[in-house]
Design a binder for this molecule. Structure first.
Ligand code: ATP
Ligand code: MG
Length: 287
């Protein structure tokens, strides 16, 4: 096998696919992902992309067939494969929760003692129950978990939830959250030195993309005597850039701001005398 390239496994089609592809592209890695392809070569980075079922990714990475993989933490943790989680990717956020019938009385996790719980996540559920000293009958099924209580297959379910609407529409209520998940990058424990170096390059690019997403470039006009006040809210990476305007006593101030901070501070910036405020997305940010 070629030790000088990185094989990156991503989900072929599902909730992780689009964001995984987008992230790889935002890192400047180009490849042809024609429909139905299961493997493709990157054209400008020593990498191959494998398109797989998400459940298979941790195993491929453990075996070293793939060197990196993008999966939900839920799938990676449940698989118990011996891989390194090298970075959290911030998308596909969801939680693994226990749900019971809406009309069932529920006071706490002890109420699950002796009950049957249907799930596709038996290991994570078992760990959770064990840590709460509860013994329940874990019923492993591979899909459509939510209907189990209404057809009498189980008393409760343990499944992935994002908004909770699937639980609700199946007559269930969410009673415990046992695990919070997001997409993560996992890596093989047996990378060659070249592959480790390529992984470091890739992580550097991913972090630059993530930082850029959380920040905006801001331009505004203000009276020169308002600069000091406005700078308190827009400290920038080192300090803002100030350029004179053709109008005497006015300048243009350029800075970078965290998007959340922008919404917190925008009123104060305006009250301090800022006008003509432009907010521009940043593509990459090297800090
Ligand atoms: P595959 O066919 O590859 O086995 P799958 O049906 O097992 O796919 P998906 O439903 O595509 O998996 O979900 C993939 C991952 O996306 C989940 O393991 C979880 O980490 C995350 N996920 C699942 N549901 C949601 C949701 N509603 N919102 C956000 N992320 C989710
Ligand atoms: Mg799957």
């Amino acid at each position: 096998m070629n030790d000088n390239i990185l094989r990156i496994a991503i989900q072929k089609s599902g909730r992780l696919s689009e964001d995984s592809l987008k992230l790889i592209k935002e890192c400047g890695i180009r490849f042809d992902n024609g429909a139905g392809k299961l493997k493709t070569d990157a054209t400008n980075f020593p990498a191959e992309i494998l398109f797989l079922r998400d459940d298979d990714i941790p195993g491929y990475v453990e075996d070293g067939v793939a060197h990196l993989g993008i999966v939900g933490e839920n799938v990676s943790e449940e698989s118990c494969k011996d891989v390194d989680t090298v970075h959290k990717l911030g998308f596909s956020k969801c939680r693994l929760s226990i749900g019971v019938l809406r009309e069932a009385e529920y006071h706490g996790v002890q109420d699950l003692e002796g009950k049957s719980i249907a799930t596709t996540y038996p290991r994570l559920l078992e760990q959770y129950l064990k840590s709460h000293n509860v013994t329940a009958d874990i019923h492993e099924i591979s899909g459509s978990v939510e209907i189990a209580p209404s057809i009498g297959l189980a008393d409760a379910v343990c499944d992935i939830v994002s908004s909770g609407s699937t639980l609700l529409s199946n007559g269930l209520k969410e009673v415990e959250t046992i695990f919070r998940s997001e997409a993560v990058m996992i890596a093989s424990k047996h990378l060659s030195p070249v592959q480790q170096d390529l992984l470091d390059q890739l992580l550097f690019r991913i972090k630059s993309v993530q930082v850029a997403k959380n920040n905006k470039y801001i331009l505004l006009n203000c009276p020169v005597d308002a600069v000091e006040n406005i700078t308190k809210f827009l400290p920038g990476m080192r300090s803002p850039t100030i350029l004179p305007l053709a109008t005497e006593g006015w300048c243009s101030l350029h800075s970078v701001i965290n998007e959340n901070k922008f919404w917190e501070n925008i009123e104060k910036i305006r009250q301090a005398g800022a006008e003509g405020i432009l907010v521009i997305p940043i593509e990459k940010m090297i800090v």
